[in-house]
Design a protein around this ligand. Structure first.
Ligand code: ADP
Ligand code: MG
Length: 700
């Protein structure tokens, strides 16, 4: 019989049995609510403490490790600012050393006389009345047990009040005492040659020597591979089962009606390119088939993807269905709303906008009309699939610049309709094999032809010493009533700082070089209303030079702008720069893209940019990006971060992704037979750990 005492049950509920309730609740509040999540809290870096120095050999200023026995200790409050000071004296036989901690009163209790400790920290010179002496300040420390010397020490980012030492301690004791249930099926582990979890965790948290550390860093370590695999495998399991479900469900066909074809032809403001016609036909075939469409539309910046979406939406609306167009940013949503609205109104259809800054009265109205089915066309950001939004007969969904959205966000949107047709659009070329693994089993259309009267954009790289020349060129252009976009890079992952660079420069421009010209400013910290006003002014030609942060990066269409200047271009990825320059020269007039590079830019970085002066083919640029920057950064790591991977990077870990996919497929298709308990464990893992810890599964 398996009867447990209350205490045992209580202990099992705990993350780690040895934690106090208080420690535990702090961890839980920080999102670490299971031992596995704690073990998954991998070091942010490692310190190689190397050789232990003798006290008599210490030098001022060095970071070093010493081992010594405590021979004296005192704690006191410093008079000046009431700071707690703990001071100990240690010896290692070669000499004595003072160690001092400021503002860490708890150290006093943790250190016991006569015991030996291992210290790591910086040696400082300290002036006393009797002269200068060396002392060790605020070191990391732990009890020294003769049999084990940690040479390579994991360093963790703080979790709330817990510093690296506590975290290391929790993890170490946890790994030594907690039962870890293996959830990967036995055959899989054997075939892939993975280590069991405990061993894998141990090897990553506490690498034994420099060689092992190196293998962790270059990701050739079997232990690292296991975790990369886990992450991708879980993702694939979810994706494949979702796909399977979706494929077997039928979808409402949108009728192919020649009359509607006629109407659509009339509302297009230009002649469609051959490629556009072909792709629209593909979409029509898919959506009228009775099976759900799941299609990725790839096309370089400016290739005219939106019109495909617009036509499909209007078609769907004329057949009585609702359709939604989701964009990654509000500015883009507003623009799409305007463009779609114009086209749709020609057939008497109303278009609505739903973004977080939509006024609440207006929002209410929109929600009501969506629910009643009165409004058929809606454009918005992720607001579109929040819980309170109800649709009637939603049957067509467009997701623009899709690589910015996580799987589950898409999933949330699916669920709003009864299996709606889905069109993903992206300007970032992704190899087919990768698209498959990241988006699941989808069809791909490519717009491989640019609309006519698209003039070439001349791209040039300019350094600091050409700044005056560039400025007078810009003035010339403005004298000719040409419009200019002036872009500043995102320096940190922080909108405020990004905005600051743009704001400061804007002020300088306004009072200085461009004081006689109408210039404007747009950045991510402005309200949507402010942004709209600026964009409108730009459209009406009331602004000739627009200082911007990368808010304009995605999809914004300003047909009249002919010049784009990008400051600190070396900080951007090639694909990103390509996207940016795609913003200009759409009106048929020759465009200019000036890449300003900073003073300290290396020759290497400049060479990297050279590709852009040589080709205007987005696919070539992306390829080059892959080669030069290492696969990880094609989309910018930040975006992958947003899509929720911690360990893995689908581009860099493409082979592992394929392995994970193939296992997931075999398991979902039951080609690999699992024991009942193995299935149960996998399910539990996916549910407990994977869903909770991955943002893209939370849909947030
Ligand atoms: P992207 O593929 O980058 O999303 P858009 O759909 O925004 O490109 O189209 C870019 C610009 O090209 C828009 O101003 C659009 O009106 C215009 N455009 C699209 N297709 C054509 C076409 N066949 N002929 C002329 N202009 C077009
Ligand atoms: Mg677009």
């Amino acid at each position: 019989m398996d009867l447990k005492t209350d205490q045992e049950i209580e202990a099992e509920k705990r993350i780690l049995p040895f934690l106090t309730k208080r420690q535990e609740s702090i961890l839980v509040k920080s999102g670490i609510d299971s031992s596995i999540k704690l073990f998954n809290y991998f070091p942010s870096r490692y310190e190689n403490r190397g050789e232990i120095k003798r006290i008599c050999d210490l030098k001022e200023g060095e970071f070093t490790s010493v081992i010594g026995e405590i021979i004296g200790k005192k704690g006191r409050k410093a008079f000046k600012n009431n700071i707690a000071i703990v001071e100990v004296l240690i010896t290692d036989g070669s000499g004595n050393l003072h160690i001092i901690w400021f503002n860490q009163p708890w150290v006093e209790k943790q250190i016991e006389p006569k015991k030996k400790y291992y210290f790591f920290g910086r040696i400082a010179l300290f002036q006393t009345k009797r002269g200068a002496r060396l002392q060790l300040e605020n070191p990391d420390f732990e009890e020294f047990l003769e049999e084990e010397v940690l040479k390579i020490v994991p360093v963790y980012k703080k979790i709330s009040i817990f510093g690296t030492k506590s975290i290391r301690d929790f993890i170490k004791r946890g790994l030594e005492s907690v039962q870890i249930e293996e959830f990967l099926p036995k055959t899989l582990i054997e075939k892939e040659g993975f280590f069991p979890q405990r061993e894998s965790y141990y090897k990553i948290h506490f690498p034994e020597n420099e060689e092992e550390l190196q293998r962790i860093k270059d990701r050739s370590s079997v232990s690292v591979k296991r975790f990369v695999f886990e992450e991708l495998f879980g993702f694939q399991l979810l994706l494949i089962s979702e796909m399977k479900k979706r494929k077997t469900e039928s979808a409402k066909p949108i009728k192919k009606d020649p009359k509607i074809g006629e109407i659509l032809r009339k509302i297009v403001p230009f002649e469609l390119t051959k490629a556009q016609k072909r792709v629209f036909k593909e979409v029509v075939e898919d959506c009228s088939s009775g099976l759900p469409m799941y299609r990725l539309l790839q096309g370089d910046v400016g290739s005219g993807k939106s019109i495909i979406a617009f036509l499909s939406m209007v078609w769907s609306a004329l057949d009585g269905y609702q359709s939604a167009y989701m964009t990654p940013t509000e500015t883009l949503a507003v623009q799409v709303y305007q463009r779609l609205g114009e086209i749709a109104s020609k057939c008497g259809l109303e278009t609505k906008l739903l973004i977080s800054s939509t006024k609440s009265a207006e929002k209410k109205e929109v929600l009501k009309k969506l629910k009643s089915g009165e409004v058929k066309l809606i454009v918005g950001t992720h607001s579109l699939f929040q819980e309170k939004v109800d649709y009637t007969n939603l049957n067509f969904v467009v997701i623009d610049e899709q690589h910015r959205f996580g799987v589950l966000q898409r999933d949330a949107l699916f669920k709003k309709g009864e299996n709606p047709h889905l069109l993903l659009m992206s300007a970032t070329p992704i190899p087919r094999s990768l698209a498959l693994t990241v988006f699941g089993d989808l069809d791909i259309s490519v717009l491989d032809e640019m609309p006519p009267n698209r003039a070439k954009v001349v791209t040039a790289i300019r350094g600091e010493n050409s700044r005056r020349k560039v400025e007078s060129f810009l003035k010339n252009q403005m004298d000719l009533k040409k419009q200019i976009l002036y872009v500043f890079p995102q320096i940190e992952e922080n909108d405020a700082i990004e905005a600051e660079a743009a704001v400061t420069s804007f002020e300088k421009f306004r009072k200085g070089v461009f004081k006689d010209y109408p210039i404007g400013l747009i950045h991510g910290r402005m309200s949507s209303k402010e942004k709209d006003e600026i964009m409108d002014k730009m459209r009406r030609g009331e602004i000739l030079l627009l200082v911007a942060t990368t808010v304009i990066e995605v999809g914004i269409d300003l047909p009249q702008a002919t010049v784009i200047v990008i400051e600190n271009a070396e900080r951007f990825g090639l694909s990103q720069l390509h996207q940016l320059r795609g913003r200009v020269g759409r009106g048929g007039e020759k465009g200019y893209c000036i890449l300003m590079v900073g003073k300290e830019t290396s020759k290497n970085a400049e060479n990297r940019l050279r590709v852009l002066t040589e080709t205007d083919d987005g696919f070539k640029v992306a390829e080059e990006d892959l080669k030069l920057r290492g696969a990880g950064e094609v989309f910018g790591t930040k975006q992958w971060g947003e899509s929720g991977f911690f360990f893995a990077n689908p581009l860099r870990d493409l082979r592992m992704l394929e392995t994970a996919r193939s296992w997931a497929q075999k398991i979902v298709e039951k080609e690999v037979q699992l024991e009942e308990y193995e299935k149960e464990r996998l399910r539990k893992w996916l549910k407990d750990y994977y869903q909770k810890s991955y943002t893209f599964l939370r849909g947030g």
